[in-house]
Design a protein around this ligand. Structure first.
Ligand code: UDP
Length: 330
């Protein structure tokens, strides 16, 4: 049985599907603050080779609640998504982030050690690199996060190294670039309140009653003046987690990998692709820069390809099309 923390959220729920379809039973632990019970219900309806998904509502900041999961189920490995992830909010309210992300993870690791569970795949981020010295960013790039969110994720990566040395706890840290798209069968999707991400925000503005899309910054030193990001499809991302789990199951050492495509798209390019896919002219307001946005973030994904055998396959167009199909159901 695999414990998935944050399995009722966007990235977690897609991973639950991929895990079940890869033959794993799953227990989700989620406090439903940002995750949704409707997502859990959708996951329960999935018939994946007879695999089961259990759900336990609880909070990582409560050590007893997380221990109850280990008492109820024989956990083999953990995939840890539960975290706050809003950069701007993390800068305004660092206490909220340090308690939830860092203290919550310390409780999870403590429970793992006390129940002798020694394998964890952790949801880390390109935000641990900070302002890039060079792109594409490889895993040897210095990790100098420029916001509290990135700092919490880096602290956890460092804690995991110490826990490996002292207790033999093996971790794989997956550093995500920009995750895009939804389940191609639209069983679950992307559901944030408020939504801050580029693709859903562009798509939402195509529907009647939607807000005009706001484009943040057109004066960056990039090909067209807008920020460049590496958009990795959610299903490709979920596959990487299963490969990371198998890597640990096969005795792999603690490691870390970038998850991206090696390619960058500007905000304007994403916007134009959304117009093409929806067949609509999308209303746009040009705004100033959003604080804390680096000009260019592109992953070097060679290590994940070589070591995990990962191969991201889906295009930006496929991610946008799935996201659009999902938005139409809301
Ligand atoms: N962005 C934008 N309008 C929006 C949301 C995002 O112009 O409504 C821009 C944002 O400034 C950044 C890029 O789109 O340059 C990707 O932002 P997102 O929040 O999706 O991901 P992040 O790069 O912050 O992880």
């Amino acid at each position: 049985m695999i414990l998935v923390t944050g399995g009722a959220g966007y990235i977690g729920s897609h991973n639950v599907i991929t895990l079940m379809e890869s033959g794993y039973d799953v227990v989700i632990f989620d406090n439903l603050e940002l995750g949704h019970i409707e997502t859990v219900e959708a996951l329960r309806k999935i018939d994946a080779k007879g695999k089961v998904v259990d759900f336990i509502k609880g909070d990582l900041q409560n050590y007893n609640e997380i221990c109850d999961v280990f008492k109820k189920h024989k956990i083999d490995s953990v995939i840890h998504f539960a975290a706050y992830s809003q950069v701007a909010e993390s800068v305004k309210n660092p206490q909220k982030y340090y308690f939830n992300n860092v203290f919550g993870t310390l409780n999870l690791l403590k429970a793992m050690l006390s129940f002798d569970v020694k394998k964890i795949v952790f949801s880390s981020t390109a935000a641990t690199y900070g302002e890039p010295d060079y792109v594409p960013i490889d895993e040897n790039h210095p990790q100098v996060p420029i916001n509290t969110y990135g700092k919490t994720k880096l602290m956890i990566e460092n804690i995991m190294d110490d826990y490996d040395k002292a207790y033999g706890l093996k971790s794989v840290r997956l550093r995500y670039f920009n995750v895009a798209g939804v389940d191609s069968k639209i069983r679950v999707g992307e559901w944030h309140e408020p939504e801050t991400h580029l693709i859903p925000n562009i798509l939402k503005s195509t529907f009647s009653g939607g807000k005009t899309f706001q484009m943040f910054g057109t004066d960056y030193p990039t090909k067209d003046g807008t920020c460049v990001r590496d958009y990795i499809n959610i299903e490709d991302l979920a596959n990487a987690h299963v490969l990371a789990l198998k890597y640990l199951e096969n005795g792999g050492v603690t490691s870390f990998f970038n998850l991206g495509t090696n390619e960058g798209n500007s905000v304007k390019e994403v916007f134009t692709t959304c117009e093409k896919i929806t067949g609509k002219q999308i209303p746009v307001d040009i705004k100033g820069r959003r604080e804390g946005d680096p000009a260019i973030l592109i992953a070097d994904n060679k290590k994940a390809k070589e070591v995990l055998g990962w191969n991201p396959e889906k295009s930006l167009e496929e991610s946008i099309l799935s996201a659009y199909n999902w938005e139409k159901t809301l």
